[in-house]
Design a protein around this ligand. Structure first.
Ligand SMILES: [Zn+2]
Length: 290
């Protein structure tokens, strides 16, 4: 079983009803998490029996357990949003309501770590692990070369653009993400089973679109930054977003967090490219064109 859905009642019911309809034998079922996000990892601990393996990339497995355990994980993530200019008055509410926090696994788990080009055999299928950091630091895809099938998690989606935000244990996530797209583009793939919505048949075309999207975003961020030194929050407020309402002030707080994460990772990419410099003053991060 690949990915599980949120740790909330509606998802639990849909998942267990679906597994019952398929006559799934839990003792014979292993679980693989493509990445740490709670809409993928939230119910792994409830499906797994003592005989099950739960596969995951190393860094993401550590973060799943950090979110479940008594750690300061969410406090630390919230602090980074604060450093990028997220207003303190909104930050507490935004973090409190964050679906990743509310619907993640509640218990630490024992994971079987996948990395490099590890192979998982299931029946006649041989899945090769492909490390694809970017959407999360330890994101993995699975590639089945005989059938030319890729299980892409949230690395490559068709109907929406995977969110690229900052996360613990990764620098320049957008840089990693673009490299991970190139890595997948070198494989022979005829069918992509994605983590959300539509399947993909022409993966090169979709990878081209995703790269173009991020390059257009980088251009947009540079134009905004032409006005002078700014923090990621204010850059995000001036970027164009494909949501309703389009006015920044009316954005739901959760969407503001996604937007600020996107702005910050694009600014960081420009910083790593030497186009932009990062300045820290009194615990606040600003960017300006070099
Ligand atoms: Zn995700």
């Amino acid at each position: 079983m690949i990915d599980t859905g949120w740790n909330r009642e509606e998802s639990r019911k849909a998942l267990f009803d679906g597994l019952a309809a398929l006559d799934v034998v839990f003792e014979k079922t292993d679980i693989l998490l493509t990445h740490l996000h709670a809409d993928h990892s939230g119910l792994a601990g409830e499906v797994a029996t003592e005989k099950s393996k739960v596969y995951c990339g190393r860094i993401d497995s550590e973060i799943v357990n950090a979110m479940a355990g008594a750690t300061n994980y969410w406090k630390e993530i919230g602090a980074v949003f604060g450093m990028h200019g997220f207003p303190a008055k909104d930050l507490h509410t935004a973090m409190h309501n964050h679906p990743g926090r509310r619907f993640s696994a509640r218990k630490e788990q024992t994971f079987t770590i996948l990395g490099g080009e590890d192979v998982v055999e299931v029946g006649d299928y041989r899945f090769t692990c492909i490390e694809t950091p970017g959407h999360t630091p330890g994101h993995i895809c699975l590639y089945e070369p005989d059938n030319k099938v890729l299980i892409s998690g949230d690395h490559i989606l068709d109907d929406i653009t995977p969110n690229i935000t900052f996360e613990k244990n990764i620098e320049n996530p957008l840089g990693h993400y673009l490299q991970s797209l190139d890595k997948i583009n070198r494989l022979e793939i005829e069918l992509v089973l994605t983590g959300h919505q539509s399947l993909i048949h022409d993966i090169s075309k979709r990878i081209g679109e995703l790269k173009e999207h991020h390059h257009a975003r980088l251009e947009e961020v540079l134009v905004i930054l032409g006005n002078g030194r700014m923090n990621a929050y204010n850059v995000a407020a001036k970027m164009t977003w494909d949501i309703i309402p389009s006015s920044w002030d009316l954005f739901p707080l959760a969407q503001k967090m996604f937007a600020v994460g996107e702005a910050a990772t694009h600014l960081e990419y420009l910083q790593y490219s030497g186009v932009v410099k990062r300045i820290e003053i009194d615990g606040q991060i600003y960017f300006e064109i070099n």
